[in-house]
Design a protein around this ligand. Sequence first.
Ligand SMILES: *[C@@H]1O[C@H](CO)[C@@H](O)[C@H](O)[C@H]1NC(C)=O
Ligand SMILES: *[C@@H]1O[C@H](CO)[C@@H](O)[C@H](O)[C@H]1NC(C)=O
Length: 272
Amino acid sequence: MSLFVILGLLVCIQAQGTIETPVFVLKGRDLLLELHADPPEGLLYVDWKINKTVILVRFDRSGKADILHSVPGRFEFPENKFSVILKNLQEVDSGVYSAVAVTSTGDKPVSEYKVTVQGPVSPVKLTVDRVDSRCSESCDLHVTCRTHNSHINSTFRCVDQVCSQEGGERSEVTTSGASLQVYLLNSTIICNHSNQAHWTQDFIIAEHLCYLNAELPSVFLVKMVVFSVALIIMVSAVITVHLVDFKKHQERNGGQTPHAALEESSHLKVTF
Ligand SMILES: *[C@@H]1O[C@H](CO)[C@@H](O)[C@H](O)[C@H]1NC(C)=O
Ligand SMILES: *[C@@H]1O[C@H](CO)[C@@H](O)[C@H](O)[C@H]1NC(C)=O
């Protein structure tokens, strides 16, 4: 255990004087590495190393570069003294790139980058699987956010054109370590696939879908109203006819009890 503590202390001491900059680079892109601090007095040369061990480039104190470990064409040297451009980075180039200034009195770390090279993420597709409408003002959108190796389902409820995501934002880490998310932004449903270097998106405007869908229930509603009114008119007509009938019976039969007449009337109703 004490070994770990000592190692930890060493790491801390080593890290002093330089700030490790995390950088995520899309595969195939170039990366500029520069010094974070001025080279110290009495400089002999500056070394750029990979993973603290292998020297890639050595600059003499005038700034002239000597490539010590690389295939030709991997480096470019900009105007900026002691800087290096890494060309066409690939995943295998990931690692810690650090610059050390060497003087007669010792080494001084002057720059450090933790470089992660990531490939592009695959495209995504956002699809609406189902639209449920309970009434013209409210609807549920069931969507799927899909990429080649993963997918997320989510439901959005829209009431009076204001939508919300059931259970909040959904996200998932895919097998390739990228993040797949589906969320709502200003009534737009967004399906997003991203790693630290690249992202792809697909989206749907939620309120449009619910609005389109709301056309159907409103037609249905009109039909319902027309049907109800027709039914009321019919029932009223039947009742009126029966009442008139009932009155006529009463007048005709004179002595007959209203009860018997009612019975006849209800019998008529049943046969209708
Ligand atoms: C640097 O070290 C890391 C972790 O040990 C390793 O994955 C990576 O391949 C190394 N990078 C190079 C360019 O050798
Ligand atoms: C979302 O809406 C707000 C307020 O209406 C607006 O300020 C913001 O810019 C919108 N965002 C996007 C991404 O459209």
